[in-house]
Design a protein. Structure first.
Length: 214
């Protein structure tokens, strides 16, 4: 009689342990864990100093201090073209002995002198005239006659004071090294063809150009 009583009691106790056992555990998939937040990448350091264009030509090196405070859009465009290699192998296609030299036309890369001076980068710039005078060593953008907002890639270096150009062209730099090189280029022999006025018969190319901060 006692055995019959103990057996149901044992079954009841076992059933109670099963009912009160631990519930099923879910396997963590990591979705509820905190994600590791990566620190933001530091911004690239701004270049220190003033931007300079270092232009190596067949006659030597010309260094131009760029003037972004004077002509910010023009300087930004000039730097962009340099970094893109736009000026590589372009020629100085127009010279006036002791007065100025002009270059930056992509058309000068071909063998047709009659299209020199007509090329551009495909983009034009608004004029950024200033009160800066056209003294010796000033660097400015060329533009089509009568359209000051047509400047693009062609530039010129002034070798003597030229007051009639004041306020007519965008000055964006000044030569700080290599004015003697610019003088040599300006004195290159000129074509005697009346259709090629101020066109040097000698091919004087830009071998390389880069921007440095000094």
């Amino acid at each position: 009689m006692r055995k019959q009583f103990l057996f149901p009691l044992i079954l009841a106790v076992l059933a109670w342990f099963v009912a009160c056992g631990p519930s099923d555990q879910k396997v963590s998939t990591g979705s509820d864990e905190k994600e590791t937040v990566k620190p933001a990448a530091p911004e690239p350091a701004k270049p220190q100093g003033q931007p300079h264009a270092v232009v190596e030509t067949d006659k030597g090196t010309i260094v131009v201090r760029l003037l972004p405070d004077l002509a910010p859009k023009t300087v930004a465009n000039f730097e962009k073209l340099i970094k893109a290699g736009f000026y590589l192998k372009t020629k100085f296609h127009r010279v006036m002995p002791g007065r100025m030299i002009q270059g930056g036309d992509p058309n000068t890369k071909d063998n047709d002198p009659y299209n020199d001076g007509q090329g551009n980068s495909g983009e034009t710039l608004p004029a950024e005239f200033s009160t800066r005078k056209f003294e010796r060593g000033m660097v400015a953008m060329a533009h089509q006659e009568g359209d000051p907002d047509s400047a693009s890639s062609q530039f010129f270096i002034v070798l003597q004071r030229t007051p009639n150009w004041d306020g007519q062209y965008t000055i964006f730099g000044e030569v700080v090294e290599g004015l003697d090189v610019a003088e040599k280029i300006s004195k290159a022999p000129l074509s005697k063809n009346p259709r090629l006025r101020n066109w040097p018969v000698e091919n004087i190319r830009i071998r390389s150009a880069r921007v440095e901060y000094r």
